[in-house]
Ligand binder design. Sequence first.
Ligand code: ADP
Length: 607
Amino acid sequence: MKTKKKPKYSLGSCVSFMVKTAWNREKRVLWVCMALIGLQLSQSLVQLYVTPMVLRRVENHAPLGELLLTIGGFSLLLFVLTALNTYIEKRAIYGRVSVRSSLVNAVNVKSCTTAYPNTRDAQALKLQQAAMNACGSNSEPAEHIWMTLMGLVTNLVGFVIYLVLLSALPPLLIGVVVLTSAIGFLVSKRINQWEYRHKDQRDQYLEEMLYIQRKSRSIELAKDIRIFGLKPWLTAVYDSSSRLYEAFITKRERIYIWTNVVDVVLSLARNGIAYVYLILMTLENGLPASEFLLYFTALSGFTAWVTGILTEFSTLYQEGLGISQVREYLDLPEPFQFEGGKPIPQSGSYTLSLDGVSFKYPGSEQYVVRDLYLTIHPGENLAVVGLNGAGKTTLVRLLCGFYDPDEGRVLLNGQDIREFNRREYYKLFSAVFQEYSLLDVSMEENVAQSVTEIDRGRVEQCLEQAGLRELVYSLPQGTKTHVGREVYLDGVLLSGGETQRLMLARALYKDGGILILDEPTAALDPIAENDIYLKYNEMTAGKTSVFISHRLASTRFCDRIIFLENGSIIEEGTHEELMKLGGAYAKLFAVQARYYQEGGETHGEEN
Ligand code: ADP
């Protein structure tokens, strides 16, 4: 579907943005553009004049020496201009890449630091993708725009120079050349837009093919592909998309033939008229052959300038859209306070409260947390339990400040967290979230989250607390062993449980005042899980902690348990109190206890 959304920034503003970026980052990009424009114009002027000048000397019976000097002079000039052009062009690429890299970097920084809701918002993600595409490679707007700008200026200046050169010819002839060139351009553009108009269709086929290619290679699917014998099915899906894509390309080529037909017809008409006029001039006014040649070459060249101006301008317009998207993404409004804000209390003793909090996810009508009041006292170990979908993870997201509530407030030591700098607020937390989030770097880097500042003693201590001591010692390179095989072939593949432990070690290393553990033992076997519980008090000493689990037995060691249902606290107390109450918690506990005794649940996943 074609969307005609007006870009936020005009073409002029985008060009000036790029010029400013280049000025701040790599001034030579601008000098090089000017030099190349001058060189290209000089080259085409020399090419225009070389033959007529030689011919004129032949007509005038010039001595051989002068003739040879003219040919030699022009050839040398052309050689020097071409060599200079190639040399500067080759060197210019680094400057242009550097300017583009600065934009790639800015987009990456924005992606890493933008408010969490933006990382889930479909519009923001679309804009992010468009921004990445616009600076994704040498041929994308953030780099190619320099070529387009050079092309446009060269063509414009060339057009004016030729106009002056051809001023002796009747304006009607010039008009015919301009008109046929413009018609040719517009017709070709309209025809060539067929692919753009059907872009979604093409992208769909390509995406289907790429998807199957990716999945065929994926480590996650490797077992299922073999056990379920998925290969023939995957091949059939791939072939079907591939056939559709081929049909698409064939149709496109059939349509594109018409651009050639139009081009040939218009060229014939244009050249025919020019020939007729120049032959008449030769016959009636005795126009010398050298001038005939000069005018005819200039008229053909004139077409190239006109088409060049239109083509480059249309490309520039498209590239302006890309640059605008980069800027729109960089300007994406941030719902949280990331600059300034009140300083975070440095007491080291933190009370977190939810004060009448209600929350629904952006774009959803349904409240996931309803009118919740909760205070987590300094040093308290709070467990949050409930069935799947009760709102436990959402509660944690609100406490951590990933989302702001729709109603009510989240308070830190009695102050609304919206008043603090959100990035400073995040520094208070150490967390193990459900999603696996390790990088393919060494174990110690994963734990310390740094390349240079690694306190190895503490890394080992945290690995031990998280129960990874034996594993690490069994590895040939110990804590320097790489994790995963996406980047390093010698990396170790960790099981789900081991990954979770490594994430726990990372959380312990960060040593934030508030520890959040969202199902941190879900992938551990019961013995490993018990081992973590035994160490829980040691791990949370002096910290406020929130421990989420759907396994009730695992929360007994916490100071207080809240039982969530449909985003509300329905029961609250210690394990004993809740068991005595005989309510939802006690019932679920009994069900789970029976289930575990019967050995119904298994854990641990190996890749
Ligand atoms: P729990 O952690 O207790 O399993 P969650 O907090 O993950 O529950 O989810 C509570 C409800 O919110 C569920 O109905 C879930 O479908 C919904 N939900 C969770 N994340 C999102 C999201 N990003 N967007 C919309 N709805 C969500």
